[in-house]
Design a binder for this molecule. Sequence first.
Ligand code: ATR
Length: 281
Amino acid sequence: MTATTDPDRYAVFGHPVRHSWSPLIHAEFARQTGERIDYQAEEIPTNGFPAAVRRFFAAGGRGLNVTLPFKEEAFGMCESHGERALDSGAANTLLLDPEGRLYGENTDGVGLVGDICERLGGRLEGARVLVLGAGGAVRGVLGEILRMRPALVVVANRTRARAQRLVDERSGHGAGLLACGLDEIPVATPFDWVVNGTSASLGGKVVTIPDAVVAAETGCYDMVYGAQPTRFMSWCRERGASRVYDGLGMLVGQAAESFFLWRGVRPDPEPVIELLRKRLV
Ligand code: ATR
C-alpha cells in the first residue's frame, strides 16, 4: 500500500490576482502530464510581499509565480538568479534551489519567443524586429529576443529616453539595437516582426506609428490578449498584415516554462491555449 501524500503546493502572488488564469493553466498542465500539484492564486497586500513569500516556502510551498506589481521585488529578494531574471531585473518564477536558497527566474521572454518561433513558425534569427514600448513588459522580454540573434531590434517608445535607457543597458550586444521615439521609427523597409509591448491596448488605445512599418508578410504580435482583437491587431490588419497574433500563447508559454522549472516536465501549451481561447469568447 502506498502512503497518500498531499500534492506539492504552488501559487501565484499578485495584486490584484483575482482574474489570473494561472491556476487553470497549471491545473491543465498537471492533468496533461500526470503531475500532482495544488496551485492557488493569492492576493498579497502591496507592502507584504517578502513576508508572504517567506511564509509560503517555510510552510513547504514548492514554487511561486509572481505577477504585477511584485516582479522586481521578487528579483530583489532572491539569493540566486537565472540568466533571464538577471537580464530583466525581474522574476516571475520562484523556487528553492538545492542549497535551500530562494532562486528566481523570468520566463516571460521564453514565453514570447517560444510562441513566435515554435507555435507560430516565425523566425527571429536574422530578422528585423520592432518592439513598441519600454516599460516592464518590454524589459522582461528584450533579452530573450536578442538571444535569438536578430539582425536589428528597434525599441520605440512614446518617451524616447526610456527606450534609450533599455538599449544602453544592453550596449555591447552583438545585434543592431536602436532606441527611438514613436515618430522616429526607421521605415525604409517593413519589419519582419512588430511586437507591441505597450500597455496602450489595455486602455483600448492605439499606438501611433508609421504605416510603413507593417507589410503583408510582417508578423504582428500584441503581448496582451482579450476576447476581441486588440486595437494594435486591428491596426495591423487594416494595413494588410495577415500574420497577426495576441499574447495568449505567450501567457501559456511563460507558464509552461515555470512548470518545467518546477517539475522538470514540459507541458504542451497548445491544448491549453485552445481551452482559454474558448473561455475568452
Ligand atoms: P508595463 O509593465 O505594462 O510595461 P509600464 O512600465 O507602465 O507598464 O509601461 C507602459 C508602456 O506602454 C510604456 O512604454 C508607455 O510609454 P511611456 O514610457 O511613454 O509612458 C507605453 N504606453 C502606454 N500608453 C501608451 C499610449 N497611449 N501610446 C503609446 N505608448 C503608450
